[in-house]
Design a protein around this ligand. Structure first.
Ligand code: UDP
Length: 337
């Protein structure tokens, strides 16, 4: 029996693959390497390069590797891109998920863990948001994920495929052992952009909107360390293997930080100031989104280990330094070759 991790060469997926390999699980990865990296996967783990929408390939993998669980990370994840290219998001996130779920049903897969998002809540009227809060996404990205949630609910009524839907809040940080991290060069996420600016890889960064109805006028988010998030997936899989019921769970810490607070934390970690420009709002951004985070703790007995913004930012900065050093090394090698 094996676990198929889609998007296992990507940021969160590669942390998952490391954790599963550490736990002695049998793992195979499907990734189209559009944003992932072969090197992010630990040695000895089989990688299939392809799309989750390629049902022939997915079925062949499920049969050949005796897959009984799927952890589905592969997706497009940039909110403003989804506003510009909704059909691309519905293809990659919704249509491909449909194809993957169908292959899972046809091949007798028992467990499905799905990467959903706090973006399904849109701009919530009440914060923190519980799993029962209304789902009114304000971007095609959020809608594309919500549509997959709905498919999983319907499929669970018709077929023997159990699921846990995890709604991620803002995932950040890197493996504390620095084996993997957020490696996408043009990543748009706040902590990544801020640590790159701190290291001089960008001349300055922008704060998107200072007129939100929040204490300092900038957006508030619930930042969760990627390692804690991955542990929630492991706990979700254990839950399904025990025969536990289908679940939808928020994955956050239940505490929010503003964009300016995050930038201050990055300046503290770096030990110096850097240039920040204040600009207008980015389309699709809700003002405040913070998780009601008790349910995962209660049902999965999930216990976060890195619930500290300074730790999250410190690990992100260390990973960015690691990437910058690797790049210098590669450039020096190219010059001397
Ligand atoms: N943000 C920003 N500057 C950046 C990147 C992000 O001000 O360079 C803001 C963004 O507008 C949002 C928050 O930081 O309010 C978190 O954005 P991110 O893209 O990290 O995650 P999202 O909440 O969109 O999933």
């Amino acid at each position: 029996m094996a676990i198929l991790v889609t998007g296992g060469a990507g940021y969160i997926g590669s942390h998952m693959v490391h954790a599963l390999a550490d736990a002695g699980e049998s793992v195979v990865v499907l990734d189209n390497l559009s944003t992932g990296f072969r090197e992010a996967i630990p040695g000895g783990i089989q990688l299939f390069v392809g799309d989750t929408g390629d049902q022939n390939l997915v079925s062949a993998i499920m049969k050949a590797c005796d897959v009984d669980a799927v952890i589905h990370f592969a997706a497009s994840i940039v909110v403003p891109d989804s506003v510009r290219d909704p059909l691309g998001y519905y293809r990659n996130n919704t249509a491909n998920a449909r194809s993957l779920i169908e292959a899972a049903v046809q091949n007798g897969v028992k467990h499905f863990i799905f990467s959903s998002t706090a973006a399904v809540y849109g701009n919530p009227a009440d914060v923190p948001v519980t799993e029962e809060s209304p789902t009114v996404p304000m971007s095609p990205y959020g809608t594309s994920k919500l549509m997959t949630e709905i498919m999983l609910h319907d499929v669970a009524r018709a077929h023997d495929l159990g699921h846990v839907i995890l709604r991620y809040f803002n995932v950040a940080g890197a493996d504390p052992q620095q084996r993997t991290g957020q490696s996408t060069p043009m990543a748009t996420h706040l902590i990544k952009v801020a640590v790159q600016t701190a290291l001089g890889l960008r001349p300055q960064m922008e704060v998107f909107g200072t007129d939100y109805p929040t204490p300092d006028g900038t957006c508030v988010r619930d930042y969760i360390h990627v390692t804690d998030l991955v542990r929630a997936h492991a706990a979700a899989l254990a839950h399904l293997r025990r025969g536990g019921p289908n679940l939808t769970l928020n994955c956050g810490y239940g505490r929010g930080y503003s964009v300016l607070q995050v930038i201050e934390a990055v300046k503290r970690a770096a030990g110096h100031d850097f240039a920040v420009r204040y600009s207008s709002r980015r389309p699709g951004d809700p003002a405040t989104i913070v998780a009601a985070a008790q349910r995962a703790r209660q049902i999965l007995n999930w216990r976060p280990a890195y619930d500290d913004l300074d730790v999250i930012v410190g690990h992100a900065l260390a990973w960015e330094e690691h990437l910058a050093a690797a790049e210098r090394h590669a450039n020096a090698g190219a010059r001397s070759a």
